[in-house]
Write a protein that binds this ligand. Structure first.
Ligand code: ZN
Ligand code: ZN
Length: 152
């Protein structure tokens, strides 16, 4: 989401300023619930759904609605500040907007990032302009593999 500066190098105040700037860039007022949504998604590599983020935050923010979570994520995605993954089921959101691929565990649904090699070129398709390439690798994650071998 924040292309130039890794989040861990930002001070708390700097992080809050950037969160507000991201929201404004997406045409949203930086209200407390929206800031909490962005803060929760930042640094979350699990590619959560809007529902998962809502469930994590609703305890802290009594006035938060699912619509606020979903609409905030959608506006950030429209503005190009948050990635959106359609892997079957509910859309999942991704703070990493650099080009990358994904691996999904077919057993537990965990999604992790897979680096996209810079040199990889998209094939030329006549009569079609490619805007991006994203691969989805499907398989089984290590914890699920281990559980499988223990039960069999
Ligand atoms: Zn798994
Ligand atoms: Zn990702």
């Amino acid at each position: 989401m924040f292309r130039s500066i890794p989040n861990k190098e930002l001070s708390q105040a700097g992080l809050e300023l950037r969160i507000a700037a991201e929201l404004r860039a997406a045409g949203l007022r930086a209200t407390a619930p929206r800031r909490a949504i962005v803060r929760e998604l930042l640094g979350d590599t699990s590619h959560p759904t809007a529902q998962q983020l809502f469930e994590r935050l609703e305890g802290q923010l009594r006035t938060l609605s699912f619509a606020t979570v979903y609409n905030t994520l959608r506006a950030l995605n429209d503005a190009g500040h948050v990635g959106r993954l359609e892997l079957g089921g509910a859309a999942r959101f991704d703070p990493n907007v650099e080009p990358h691929h994904h691996a999904i565990c077919e057993s537990c649904g965990e999604v992790r990032d897979v680096p996209a090699p810079k040199a990889a070129r998209a094939p030329r398709l006549s009569g079609f302009r490619i805007s991006r390439v994203d691969h989805v690798y499907r398989g089984v994650c290590a914890p699920c593999l281990e559980a499988e071998t223990q039960t069999s």
